[in-house]
Design a protein around this ligand. Structure first.
Ligand code: HSE
Length: 404
């Protein structure tokens, strides 16, 4: 007997939408045997074709892979209000209006799933909601933007930032919209807002996440880091500390022995830490058609089986931008007697302890690279203001986070 159809209204038919259509076709038989229904695309909405209301009426589920806050947001709300499940890959929408959408989904008792909104094929949302739904989590952090990880990997291989950016475009990691969201850290920040909601139950939005991008990085900082056996990644992190949640995205040096240090190219990886389970790291391709479509397909199967997220955590932790960090500090100074001790003295006066130091003589000037023990931004800022007034300084100090 033929399976009864399960009709999918597909909003968006770009890289992800077309990859989803192809993957659905390939995997259809297994979904049929798992659910007893036959999934099929019942309508496609693009900028130039389709009518949302007509597609909604004849669909059992809406899959939104069009991106952007509007009109996707209106379509998402109308889908839930019409009593239909929603699957979305839209990180901007969830990071901006997550509460409203999840609240409506709860009220309408409709599944709303969004695995593909964070880290492509990495099943981090279902892990946080399911396997770790009852766990006490202390920190979630990772590489959640493939474009910037590709660029940083190329810079570590000696490329200039501009060259690496062109390579990323040629490899198709960013398209017509340009790389601004990626390189500014905003794309990663949206994903961290979503992960913080799942891991800690906070109502975080994009504006709650402090984001530093990779545009200002100097290739020589990546080279110096080799001398300390470290590698540079754009890390998003959500850390519970002293009853607060620090949420941020920063370029961060990691020891080469850290599991995230091995993640190169357009791969994403997320580490979750908690006392009971210690540490879990998941990694997979974080962008592109098939990996993102794979996450959407998993959500489709879950919706067809009637599975919703439990969203078990609800908390009102105050969200802050920063916590204590170890730092890399680069200063270029006159190579005069006593310079090193003057800089070290300023740091010491602010209570900042030096873990390692490297000096490179360049003739009349020298570069000093310090790795500082954990301190707070205000302490470091105060020290840098004093350093800025020293007559031996020859260029602005550069500071990069170091994973402690
Ligand atoms: N532009 C993102 C990235 C993929 O490079 O990771 C979509 O979230």
């Amino acid at each position: 007997m033929p399976h009864q159809p399960y009709r999918i209204g597909l909003l968006g038919h770009g890289v992800v939408g077309s990859a989803f259509e192809a993957l659905l076709d390939e995997r259809k038989a297994d979904i049929e045997s798992a659910t007893g229904r036959s999934p099929e695309i019942g309508g496609i909405l693009t900028r130039s074709r389709g009518n949302f209301q007509e597609i909604l009426e004849r669909s059992d589920v809406i899959v939104e892979v069009m991106g952007g806050i509007e009109p996707a947001g209106t379509y998402a709300l109308e889908t839930l209000r019409a009593g239909k499940p929603l699957i979305t890959a839209n990180k901007q929408l969830l990071a901006a209006r997550g509460s409203e959408l999840l609240g409506l989904a709860r009220k309408c008792e409709m599944p709303l799933r969004f695995e593909a909104s964070v880290a492509g094929a990495v099943p981090i949302i279902r892990t946080l909601d399911g396997a770790l739904g009852a766990a006490e989590i202390s920190r979630v952090y990772g590489i959640v933007n493939g474009t910037t990880n590709f660029i940083l990997s190329a810079m570590e291989d000696g490329k200039e930032y501009g060259e690496a950016l062109v390579e990323a475009r040629e490899a198709g990691y960013y398209g017509a919209d340009g790389p601004t969201e990626d390189v500014s850290g905003k794309d990663a920040a949206a994903k961290m807002a979503i992960l913080a909601r799942l891991a800690f139950g906070v109502d975080a939005t994009l504006d709650d996440v402090y984001a530093d991008g990779i545009e200002e990085l100097h290739p020589d900082d990546l080279q110096y880091a080799r001398d300390f056996d470290m590698t540079l990644k754009l890390l998003g992190s959500a850390t519970r500390e002293n009853g607060r949640l620090a949420l941020s995205v920063h370029p961060t040096f990691l020891p080469r022995t850290h599991p995230l240090a091995a993640i190169t190219g357009p791969i994403n990886a997320v580490t979750v830490e908690g006392e009971a389970f210690e540490s879990i790291t998941l990694s997979a391709p974080g962008a592109g058609g098939p990996p993102t479509a794979s996450a959407v397909l998993g959500d489709l199967l879950a919706v067809m089986r009637g599975e919703s997220y439990s969203l078990s955590k609800q908390a009102t932790l105050p969200i802050v931008h920063d916590t204590t960090h170890a730092f890399y500090l680069h200063v270029e100074v006159a190579d005069d007697p006593g310079t090193l001790s003057r800089i070290a003295g300023v740091l010491g006066d602010e209570g900042i302890s030096i873990q390692s130091v490297l000096q490179r003589g360049l003739g009349e000037t020298a570069r000093l690279i310090f790795i500082l023990h954990p301190t707070t931004r205000p302490h470091l800022q105060a020290a840098l203001t004093t350093v800025g007034h020293l007559d031996v300084l020859r260029s602005s100090p550069r500071v990069i986070h170091v994973l402690g």
